[in-house]
Design a protein around this ligand. Structure first.
Ligand code: NAP
Length: 339
């Protein structure tokens, strides 16, 4: 049977490197011919695209743990979709896959870079969020990097986002003595306490973080999961109990900064309090994936772990969805759905 393939696919290109906040005129949505899969490749119609804060770093021309996006080339990122043509025995048309060629409608993917996912086990979008990269980040960061143990008091910033909302709930489920979160709106703060079961939460935009954290954690904190950096990290250092541990996961407060951050000014506290601040990259924690999937899928099934997604519609809205993550438009994982 001959299947007719689409002729063109729309894909996003970075056309100029941003200085400070990315501006829409530094990007272009471009039509490109669809390439039929060769031997060992599959053609995927993307159904969900992931937009993530780390992509901001890839817009800068600097050496980092992932290479920068190339100018006037398709950008990439997490995506899930359906195979429409296959040049590899491992996949057949109709199969669903997770892969790394997002920011576009159709992707010709080396089969070895695709992972089969089952839409009957969990909604497709969750393979990008609660059961995907951001979920594993939360699980590994809390349990492995920050060495969380039962009875710890945990503070997480960016707590209404994809990673943060899962960190707080895993801490609660694993026996934290107190879970505190910060987020950027009163609605998000309400959600943290009422839906995710945080013990306390505050809006970091309404008063200084250090004072709000002290009030929310009168007995101090043992673990800080940092998604934000800057003033949040400074506040956590002040509130830490001795032998406190931080998983330094992200510093979104400075991703668009054009000047070095002013905080933390109290780093010397690490000495007297014998603190451990450890950076992390989720890619180092693949070995935890089976335990992560088992635990998180179980908690979702039992209703003990809740998740939200903010879904933008259409490839043309991918850039705005990405900028929305930086602005805080999202609750839970920000995802783009392609009809
Ligand atoms: P997310 O939290 O779902 O979205 C980002 C959130 O950051 C926004 O919703 C916004 O929420 C908040 N934000 C934006 N600017 C802020 C500022 N100046 N101060 C405080 N909060 C701000 O994104 P995510 O995918 O879950 O990622 C969370 C963090 O983890 C990011 O820093 C990301 O880079 C990092 N990360 C690291 C790894 C790793 O391997 N190290 C992996 C995944 C993610 P508000 O409305 O609350 O401001």
């Amino acid at each position: 049977m001959t299947v007719s393939l689409p002729e063109v696919s729309r894909e996003w290109h970075l056309t100029a490197r941003p200085h400070g906040w990315p501006q829409p005129d530094g990007f272009a949505l471009v039509e490109a011919p669809v390439r039929a899969p060769g031997e060992g490749e599959i053609l995927v119609r993307n159904v969900y695209l992931s937009v993530d804060p780390y992509m901001r770093g890839r817009m800068n021309d600097v050496k980092s743990y992932v290479p920068p996006f190339k100018l006037n080339q398709p950008m990439d990122g997490g995506a899930v979709g359906v195979v429409v043509a296959s040049g590899d025995d491992r996949f057949a048309p109709g199969d669903h896959v997770l892969h790394g060629l997002g920011w576009r409608e159709y992707a010709t993917v080396p089969a070895g870079h695709a992972t089969a996912v089952d839409p009957d086990l969990a909604p497709l979008s969750t393979y990008l969020g609660v059961l995907g990269m951001t979920g594993l980040t939360a699980y590994a960061g809390l349990l492995e990097v920050a060495s969380f143990k039962e009875g710890d008091a945990v503070f997480v910033s960016g707590a209404a986002g994809a990673v943060g909302s899962q960190v707080g709930q895993i801490a609660r489920l694993k026996g934290a003595s107190r879970v505190i979160g910060s987020a950027g709106s009163d609605e998000k703060v309400k959600l943290l306490v009422e839906e995710y079961g945080f013990d306390a939460a505050f809006n970091y935009k309404s008063a200084p973080v250090a004072a709000q954290l002290k009030e929310a954690a009168p007995d101090g904190i043992d673990v800080y999961f940092d998604n934000v950096g800057g003033e949040h990290l400074e506040a956590a250092l002040s509130s830490f109990n001795v032998h406190g541990r931080a998983a330094i996961c992200g510093m979104i407060a400075q991703y668009n900064a054009t000047e070095p951050p002013a905080a933390p000014r109290n780093l010397a506290l690490v000495i007297g309090k014998r603190l451990r601040l450890q950076g992390m990259l989720v890619g180092d924690h693949a070995a935890l994936r089976p335990a992560f999937v088992r635990d998180v899928a179980g908690w979702i099934r039992s209703g003990e772990l809740k998740y939200n997604e903010t879904v933008a519609e259409g490839v043309e809205n991918t850039l705005d969805a990405f900028l929305g993550v930086l602005r805080g438009d999202n609750t839970g994982k920000m995802i783009v759905h392609l009809p």
